[in-house]
Every structure is written in C-alpha cells, then in structure tokens.
Design a protein around this ligand. Structure first.
Ligand SMILES: CC(C)(COP(=O)(O)OP(=O)(O)OC[C@H]1O[C@@H](n2cnc3c(N)ncnc32)[C@H](O)[C@@H]1OP(=O)(O)O)[C@@H](O)C(=O)NCCC(=O)NCCS
Length: 341
C-alpha cells in the first residue's frame, strides 16, 4: 500500500532494518514505563511470530523531521483466531498525542485489513488510562471483556500461611512434580501436559473460544518461549495422570517480577483444592527465587481463580479492556492488497 501523506508527516511501513525497533521501544516506554517493553522483547515477539499461520503488519507515523512518533500493529489474534478478526494496537508518543496521529494510524490499518476481508477489529486499553478508552470509543469500539492484572507483593507474602504445598497436594489426593524432572524421566511427558493444557484452556471463560494449538505450535508458543521456568512448571499427578498445572515465567526487562502462567485442573479433578496447592507451590518458588512481585491476568468472568487470588492477597490493578468493533469488509474487485510490511 502506498505511503499515506498527512499534513504533519507520513505513515509508512515499519522498517525492521533501520532504527524503527528503537523508536518503538521509546514510544512504548514513554506510554508505560512499568510494562517492561523493551526493544529485545519486541524483536523476540516478531521473530517468534508464526507467519505461516497468522498475519502481522506494522506501520509507523513519522514527523517531517524524520522522528517516529507512533506506530500501529494490525495482526491476527493468535488465541482467538478468525481470518477476519484483526487486533489493532496503536501507540503514540505522549508528546505527539492529540494531534490526530492515532486516528490516522487506525484509519490506515483499518483500510488495509478491510481490503483483506476483515469483519471485526479488536483493540486493548487500560481502564485507568482515559486516553486509550476515549480514543477507542470515539472510533466505534465497544467493551467486549474486562480483565485485571493482579499483583502479589512477595516481600509481604508468607506462603507458610497456607501450609506446605506438597502437604496441601497430598490432602487433595495428588502429588506435585515439575516439568523439568518429568521431561527427563518420560519422553511422552510433554505430549501428556499438552493434552491437559488443551482441556483446561477450553474451559477458561472468554468472549470467543480459544484457538486450539497443535502440539508443535503449543511447544513453540508456550514451552520454548523465552522466560518459561521449567523448574517452576508444576504438575499435579493422580494415578500417573497429569490433572493439574500451574507455571511461572520471568518477565523480560523486569528483574524481580515473575508472571504467573496458566493454572488449571482437569475436569474430573476440580473442587478438591488442587489449584490452591499448585498456586502455593508457584508462589513459594517465586519467593525463594528472590522475586519481589508476582503478576497475573484474570478475566472478570473467571470467578474460581479470582477467589483463589484474592485469598492469596493478589491486589487487583486497573482493569484491562478488550474492545471490539464490527466493520464491513471491502468488496472492491482486485482482491486483497499485497502485504507491504
Ligand atoms: C490511544 C492513543 C493511540 C491515541 O493517540 P492520539 O494520536 O492522541 O489520538 P488522536 O489525536 O487521533 O485522538 C482522536 C480522538 O480520540 C479521543 N482522545 C484521544 N486522547 C484522548 C484523551 N487523552 N482524552 C480524551 N479523549 C481522547 C478524542 O476524541 C480525540 O479527538 P479530539 O482530539 O479531536 O478530541 C494514544 O493515547 C496512546 O498511544 N495511548 C497509549 C496506548 C493505548 O492505549 N493504545 C490503545 C488504544 S485502543
């Protein structure tokens, strides 16, 4: 698609070989110094993107003196995949906000994906940052789902309050093991974990069903993703079967902060305290590892995990909003444009 000229600059495709990655990192950090977005993390995300399966485009907003002041990603939603659903993620440097750049970037991305048959746009905003929410509503997006980031201060948290995780597990009829040991012991361990995760993922409350990953995709996106701690990937075993999972990741760019990954229990083993035992295990690990804070994301539909997290002392940060907007695909002849990024 041709470069779009604006009164105060241009929008052009992202250039991975120049300084655009550094500009992106600067814009992200200026918008949220606490989020841990760093150049390496964005590069790693791009490198690991499954281009064979999912589309991902990016454009940058450039002022006449060449300064990159904003960018937008337009990508397929890998976890809620439909070929016609695109996530659009605009970011504008605070010094350049309220000048129309966000609107121009969104219009550019929207026109591009409409021509590729898009029927729905998704966006994300934080409820405590009015700019993003106001911007999205102004452009016709509606709130589809809310979730919170929960943070647990590990300096103040005493896992002993809940008891020993292995004793809790035993009282729930399971044994806790870690992925690192299981993989060394059993060549089929990963595939068995995959089947449990698939069952659990299907039951996580969501607006739209989760996209199923095949074994290789799951391995790439979850197990081989940088930051995963195999020694803190806990599994609950009952009669030789994996019936529970909970794991941790390190947060790129945020030393001292560990992220809680999926926690889930097999359908036949729910309601017996297994999830709590697993979470006490991950939390005990994080504290012993020297982390100061554990972070997690929970949907407001997920009452079971919210109850556990509240009991453990996770403090809910401002809600994150998933926003959605229905659009009409372009029907012009000539087919989809050639991707230019
Ligand atoms: C959201 C964001 C991309 C908007 O970029 P921007 O270049 O400032 O947006 P625009 O100048 O095109 O604003 C368009 C309209 O959005 C609304 N809006 C934007 N910022 C606003 C703010 N701070 N308060 C209230 N309304 C706002 C207004 O209606 C505005 O029109 P107006 O200036 O004529 O009143 C930018 O604030 C940002 O990068 N935020 C952090 C990242 C983010 O939240 N992205 C996701 C958004 S879905």
């Amino acid at each position: 698609m041709a470069r779009m000229t604006l009164p105060n600059g241009t929008i052009r495709p992202f250039d991975p070989d120049g300084n655009d990655y550094a500009s992106l990192a600067r814009i992200l950090a200026a918008n949220d110094p606490d989020a841990g977005h760093y150049e390496d993390a964005v590069r790693a995300d791009d490198r690991d993107w499954d281009h064979a399966r999912f589309e991902k485009y990016r454009w940058v907003a450039v002022e006449p003196d060449g300064t990159v002041v904003g960018f937008i990603d337009a990508l397929h939603h890998p976890r809620q995949f439909e070929a016609w659903r695109y996530l659009v993620l605009p970011f504008v440097h605070p010094d350049a906000q309220r000048q129309g750049w966000g609107t121009a970037l969104l219009a550019h991305a929207e026109a591009f994906v409409r021509a590729r048959g898009a029927r729905e746009l998704r966006a994300e905003a934080r409820e405590d940052i009015p700019a993003g929410v106001a911007f999205a509503k102004r452009h016709g997006f509606e709130v589809a789902a809310r979730s919170w980031q929960g943070r647990l201060n590990l300096d103040a948290f005493d896992p002993a309050r809940f008891g020993d995780p292995h004793a809790l597990a035993a009282a729930s009829g399971v044994r806790l093991v870690i992925l690192a040991d299981e993989v060394a012991r059993d060549p089929d361990a990963l595939e068995r974990v995959y089947h449990l995760v698939r069952e659990v993922e299907a039951d996580v409350p969501r607006v739209t069903p989760v996209t199923e990953l095949d074994f290789e995709q799951w391995q790439r996106q979850s197990i081989e993703r940088p930051g995963l701690i195999r020694e803190a990937y806990f599994l609950a075993v009952r009669d030789g079967e994996y019936v529970g999972v909970s794991f941790l990741r390190r947060s790129p760019g945020l030393p001292g902060v560990i992220s809680q990954g999926l926690t889930g229990v097999a359908r036949t083993a729910r309601g017996r305290g297994i999830a709590l035992a697993l979470k006490v295990a991950t939390t005990t690990y994080a504290k012993a590892d020297g982390a100061r804070e554990l972070r997690t994301w929970n949907s407001d539909r997920n009452h079971a995990i919210l109850r556990i997290n509240d009991a453990m002392g996770f403090v809910r940060e401002a809600a994150g909003l998933d926003l959605s907007k229905a659009i009409t695909p372009a029907t012009a002849t000539g087919g989809a444009p050639h991707p230019d990024t």
